[in-house]
Design a protein around this ligand. Sequence first.
Ligand code: NI
Length: 225
Amino acid sequence: MLLHIPQVLSKQQVAQLRQQLHAAPWQAGANTAGAQAAKVKHNLQLPQNWPMAQHMAQQVKEALLANPLFVSAVLPKQLLLPLFNCYQQGGHFGNHVDGAIQYETMSRLPVRTDVSTTVFLSEPDEYEGGELIIEDTYGSHEVKLAAGDAIVYPASSLHRVEAVASGQRFAAFLWSQSMVKENSQRQLLFDLDMTIIRLRQQLQDSAEVLALTNHYHNLLRQWAE
Ligand code: NI
């Protein structure tokens, strides 16, 4: 599932984050990548132990968890703390897959990466290039969103960030472990949830809408872990 979630962060929240990002101690992103990804990762990343980064990450995480579309699409069980990155001066991240297991910074507990999320923190006209390219069974998708918008995609997909020829591309990204491991099952639940919401607007809480809501929850009960 590839889902665009508009306005996860308000323009004011983005402006505040951007102010903090400009004063941040950036490091080479390859430091935190696995062996395959490190070879193709050419960007800057904020050290996770920088106190301000933790504060900003918490803010992004809370905004996502408060977003009904995100919750319906991801069915989050555990969210890793978002990381912040910057691409500039030709910076790019070649084709790679994200590691299946990441460890939580504090607890060091393993988290299965089911869903990846990128929250854009630069407006598309602030930089040239820098498209996020996601490959799935339907082909190759090019993503470049307004600041504050997010894209949710399966962590299992091959992806890359094209070179930023000019300007700066700031973004936050994070991995989530979902209650529903299977991408296709998550997609079914999301589609069903969206249909129920639209039906409820037309029919209010009719017996049929209630029955369909019951089906949704019974499916979720069967698939959630
Ligand atoms: Ni990646």
